[in-house]
Design a protein around this ligand. Structure first.
Ligand code: PEP
Length: 255
């Protein structure tokens, strides 16, 4: 039986501060039972402060979608960890596939970001995952190994790190990985953590899945042994679908 779950909603570049504020206000008013769960809203930077005001005194958490590793500087368009912290942020998504593939973020940068987030006292949600070509040429495990090794280089403890396995070909495409593919990949991630760290760290690190999770598939995906929750894009933008996924996970936690 799983004791804890993480469900994070990645809004990407959707919702104005006003829309985000109203969405979260309505969501909080649903008074969902989220016992034993971390439910995290990750809006665009511009909506963070407005949403933090609503989330204060609630069990919900606030996350950002990116950060820079420096504390301040002449870096037009960037936002630092301390700035995010001041907006009430507790988690930062790092290395999302859209950042890697559209904005050409390298593993070196991602590693600097992971470390900056941890030094700043926040928790990184580190995204890793293979492209379709890499999967087709049976490179998935090697890609996961490379990304984990590079992105976590110099990080000694993982108690504040969440790993999100997100196969690139399943993000925003409506194409979910099969339960067999997810199960295998999450087991590989645990095996890699065992290789790079220790048995305890491999066992205790939260590994969440992301890639077209919706109310219809959340139940069977959460039943997979090494899946500790979800990172959700599209389905986190609507109250009904995000709520359904949370209720499904919560119900499974009680079984
Ligand atoms: C994501 O943005 O991390 C994601 C998994 O998106 P979607 O759920 O839309 O595939």
């Amino acid at each position: 039986m799983k004791k804890h779950a993480i469900v994070a909603g990645n809004w990407k570049m959707y919702k104005t501060p006003t829309e985000g504020h109203d969405f979260v206000k309505d969501f909080v008013n649903l008074m969902l039972n989220i016992e034993d769960m971390e439910v995290i809203f990750c809006p665009p930077f511009s909506a963070l402060f407005n949403i933090d005001v609503v989330l204060k005194e609630t069990p919900y958490k606030l996350g950002a979608q990116n950060c820079h590793w420096k504390n301040e500087g002449a870096l037009t368009g960037e936002v630092s960890v301390s700035m995010l912290k001041n907006c009430g942020v507790g988690y930062v998504i790092v290395g999302h596939s859209e950042r890697r593939h559209i904005f050409n973020e390298t593993d070196k940068w991602i590693n600097k970001k992971v470390k900056a987030v941890l030094i700043g006292g926040l928790k990184p949600i580190l995204c890793i995952g293979e492209t379709l070509d890499q999967r087709k040429s049976n490179e998935t495990k090697d890609v996961l190994f490379y990304q984990l090794k590079e992105d976590l280089n110099g990080v000694e403890k993982l108690e504040d790190v969440v790993i999100a396995y997100e196969p690139v070909w399943a993000i925003g495409t409506g194409e979910t990985a099969t339960t067999e593919q997810v199960s295998k990949a999450h087991k590989w991630v645990r095996d890699i953590l065992l290789d790079l760290y220790s048995q305890d760290i491999a066992k205790d690190t939260s590994i969440i899945y992301g890639g077209s999770v919706k109310p219809e598939n959340a139940g069977e995906l959460f039943e997979i042994k090494d899946v500790n929750g979800f990172l959700i894009g599209g389905a986190s933008l609507k109250i009904d679908s995000f709520k359904e996924i949370i209720l499904t996970v919560n119900k499974k936690l009680k079984v």
